[in-house]
Ligand binder design. Sequence first.
Ligand SMILES: Cc1cc2nc3c(=O)[nH]c(=O)nc-3n(C[C@H](O)[C@H](O)[C@H](O)COP(=O)(O)OP(=O)(O)OC[C@H]3O[C@@H](n4cnc5c(N)ncnc54)[C@H](O)[C@@H]3O)c2cc1C
Length: 313
Amino acid sequence: MDFKEFFANEFEKVSFDVPLKNVTTFRIGGPCSVLVEPLNQEEIKKALAFCKNNGVKYFILGNGSNVLASDSGFDGVVVKLGVHFAQLWEEEGVLFAQSGAFTKSVFDFALKNELGGTEFMAAIPSSVGGAVVMNAGCFGSEMSDIVSRVWATDGKDDRVFSHDEMGFSYRDSVFQKNGFVITKVEFDLKPSSRNYILRLADELKTAKRLSQPLEFFSAGSVFKRPECGFAASLIDRCGLKGKKIGDAQISEKHAGFIVNRGKATCGDVLQLVQIAKSKVRADFGVDLQLELKLLGDTDDIRRLSYSYGVQPR
Ligand SMILES: Cc1cc2nc3c(=O)[nH]c(=O)nc-3n(C[C@H](O)[C@H](O)[C@H](O)COP(=O)(O)OP(=O)(O)OC[C@H]3O[C@@H](n4cnc5c(N)ncnc54)[C@H](O)[C@@H]3O)c2cc1C
């Protein structure tokens, strides 16, 4: 059976030939063959098991805020965990979220329950699952500080990961390598006052607004922070701030971001990535590593992903 037919028959929330620019914050990317939005864990398992058993390519997408998608799209299945898998609840003072919930919703829910620690999450445009996978963070806080347990599946087996089993490090976790899809997250939060939580979240959001080009489409920081400092400052010192290829531009406000000023393509962004990488290597001897995840199967994506050691899916 053709994989499109399987998904059409078996899933309620499924669409075909969906432009990836509609589901990524970069607003870049051609069509994916199937976009399925599971409603529960069983549907996630069914999608994964089918793809694995039938050699169909798949990609797990959260809010698409750390993804650069290929101009020619993706001839496979994008499993999007978002609004249809986004419940939040509290049990005896402990907060839980399904992995498709927005980080901002977790913040709102924690605020309602007067639990502190999620303030930084309000400033990151992410799903809960994506934030755990990336160990997302800002201004000295990150997911590893507040996540105690994670439930995940690989389509066959379900597993619960304790904090120590999640292999957290800077913008990394074991979920970037082990093939498990996060379904549910438990948070370890401390009682706090509503006023304090709101004030801290406001301060963080203001600091972000002042330092990052939030007025343009982007996927956040393009590169990981190298050991010797900040990627943004190295790129800036190479004189590349504002450098444009097509409608893609190294942000004038924050050189660690590449922004889409209208109709940027994946190719435009990849060219800027290559320019920044080779100039920083030549001037400072530093090998910048991509933080972005690449989605697609074009030659460009393949070549870059191999040279960066990043899997295209
Ligand atoms: C304006 C802007 C500001 C940003 N600021 C920050 C910041 O301050 N700090 C920061 O750390 N990041 C920042 N980012 C980057 C991005 O928001 C984070 O990396 C975010 O956590 C990604 O989550 P997501 O749900 O969008 O995941 P996606 O981008 O959809 O996916 C990211 C990776 O996680 C995988 N994945 C997603 N969900 C699951 C799941 N449930 N199970 C298994 N794998 C999964 C995907 O396959 C992919 O490899 C910013 C981005 C933007 C656009």
